[in-house]
Ligand binder design. Sequence first.
Ligand code: AMP
Length: 437
Amino acid sequence: MAYKAPTGTADLLPEAAQKWTLIQEKANEVFSKYGYLLMETPSFEHLDVFARGIGEATDVVGKEMFLVFSRQNLDELRGGGALAGDILALRPEGTAGVARSVVQHSLVSPGATALKVYYTGSMYRYERPQKGRLREFHQIGVECIGAAEPTADAEVIEMMMRFFVGLGIPEASMQLKINSMGDEHCRPAYRAIIRDFILGHPELCEDCARRADTNPLRAFDCKNERCQAVLNEAPKITDMLCEECLMHYQSLKDLLGLSQIEYIEDHRLVRGLDYYTRTVFEVQVTTGLGSQNAIGGGGRYDRLIEEYGGAATPGLGFAIGFERMTLVLDELGAFPLFSPNLEVYIAAVDDSCRDAAYTTASRLRLAGISCDLDHQRRSLKSQFKAADKNGARWVLVIGPDELASDSVTLRAMETGVEAKLSNSELIDCIKQMKEEV
Ligand code: AMP
């Protein structure tokens, strides 16, 4: 049987993994300027953490969860028994786990300085795979917990945009969409209006009709063009916000204006998770991704910490998708060319020199010089080929003569110039050449 990775997953082969590393490094560079620290939570949690925070009626929880069973649990279930212990699930996103962790470890007390954290890792959703949409994908996310003021919203959005620009996505290729989802004072009335609107439009698709009672605002996400046209005429939430939400939203827009961040207001932007309150935002790219053109998005979740038993604590954050960003950056040619850049390759002329090649490599690495050598008893010619393939700048040749004189022959690959060096001067000499280049 030929084994293949499961549908909707992709191996991060070395080149893709280098892109992932580069994006993570850029995240660290940009986010640390805003005071963010890295944190990690488990890749699976109790199902209830997601059901509670993200919402039972969302697609992410209702349809797309990967549940985690131990062998014992699964055998019991197959045998018709009841499940012992809690149900676990792979994380479909990062915010719920961070919020759970914040409460568990009392990381934010009311009135204390906001917690700023970011995370990177793989997420899991049982979706229909297509370009830019996988079942296992990678996200980088940030959470700012404890900050209620709209300056926090503007700061988070600015940081996200600077991150994208820093990676090489031109501002002109991106569209920032914003909206306000209201809060517990104004959203219920709006939900009821949208429910009635859906019920009053039988031409809407089955999915939209089904959502009328469970999660009416999700109808705005329907991809069906006819539904989109109908829903375009639906009442706008921004016309129904309570005064506090309206002021918060207006301040955010003013602040974005002050930072010269261009945005489009989109009253149909609702985002798929229940925990959002007030600000929601999404960045879409105008090239390359087709229908999966959202590279990142987020919003405020002022009630989420309470869902996990914490004190009322506002918060907000965003998550961006690595795979989609990579598609965009590839199309823009924004990634550097990843070429192997080994400093030294050590070639053994015959078997009698292989131990010396090994100990020389060990000395060089200890001195901070990157090097490699052959472990397959291959010919000198093959070793030189390997040196070339690895981009080595110098090859150290060790043959019987060199062994006898406690030395090596150093060959500069670019010029072909050779020099014999004693082992005692070797490391200083390479370090000096490194500085000269
Ligand atoms: P969300 O957590 O749904 O707000 O998604 C945030 C970002 O994660 C999106 O803008 C995408 O870039 C990425 N993303 C979400 N779902 C997937 C998926 N199934 N496959 C690849 N990327 C995804």
